[in-house]
Design a protein around this ligand. Sequence first.
Ligand SMILES: [Zn+2]
Length: 413
Amino acid sequence: MDLCAIKDVLFPGLNIELKRLIVEPQLAVLEAAACGRPPRCPECGDRGRRVHSTYWRGIAELPLAGTKLLVRLRVRRFFCEQNRCERRTFVEQVEGLSERRRRSSVRLMRWLRSIATELGGRAGERLCRKLSLADGRTSLLKLLEAPNVPDRAPRVLGVDEFAFRRGRRYGTILIDVETAHVVDVLPDRTSETFATWLTTHPGAEIICRDRASAYTKAVKEAAPDALEIADRWHLLQNLSAAVEKTCHQHRPCLKKHAERVSERPIQMPLLDALPTTRIVQRVLHHHAEVTRMVAAGYPLSDIARRLNLDRKTVRRYRDTSLDQLLDSARDRRPEQLDTFKPYLQQQFAAGVTCGRTLFQQIRERGFRGGYSTLTAYLRTLACRHGPVRTYRDPEPAPDHRMDHAESRPPQRK
Ligand SMILES: [Zn+2]
């Protein structure tokens, strides 16, 4: 096997000499010896001249066509011959391959660090297993390095809070808005901490922040010349909250207006006059429970767990009025027809018994159920009032085969 060719492909430009390649089913071992110029002493900078000893190191490399690759690297230990230097010996490193106290190659480290950055511990560990990279959750997380914090704040600095643990502990994240990179992370969200940071990192000309008062206070103290602006996300969020609140407060008059516009001839029953269905009962129960637990100070996730609901659902129960909740519960009720029964009875008594006409009338008034739901009910009315004229009875279209159409629901054309 031509080891030189292998070296040119796998380790181009590296100061090593390949000695042997051993290929086993699960593992390929490549033996190599470091052969570069003697290194300099890391303490005094004096170049090593005399070899003290050699030894073998195992360095995991990127997998080779799916097979794990281990480089057994022979390295030299040199004497430091400077009398004034405290260090007696030092070991050479192969640039681009080995690092001090690391058992993975430089390239493998780069991969693992990217995986840890993108996926974090658990998901990273799972991916590593699939890629034949043996690395655990903890060692992946250890590879994550905090970015270097610049001495000066960026020109446009974004500041916002974030949760280490929602509802318990919050920190502050600082961002360079122009490059969209994180600049620093502060351990809490107090104005003092942020003010100290601004003092030690001057240079922010514009500060984008949310509308919390803590950050404003810090900016006024520590960077009075900076222009403060509320960021777009928080503006939109505040705006939508305000719109929602206003709509909610004016719900009765909005509803009246909507009714006047649609000129509904029949009055929908009041919400509290709704027939009690399972869904309505469930809504009432959940609303009462959520309200009680929120008042008692339970965190959202706790409530969700106790009631076996999704957190979003709990939040909806917390933030929505009972009226609205019941309103949407009514929309989902299968027996929506109940709402229209008084109207149907009235029409029936007045002689309007044609199923098709009645179906159209209640559709226009908001009925969302099917035709068969209506005819089933009309049949019960017919027992009291007389025969029902179903959809196909009055003026049959030429293509309708009347003989079989009696009790079938209308077909879509
Ligand atoms: Zn030295």
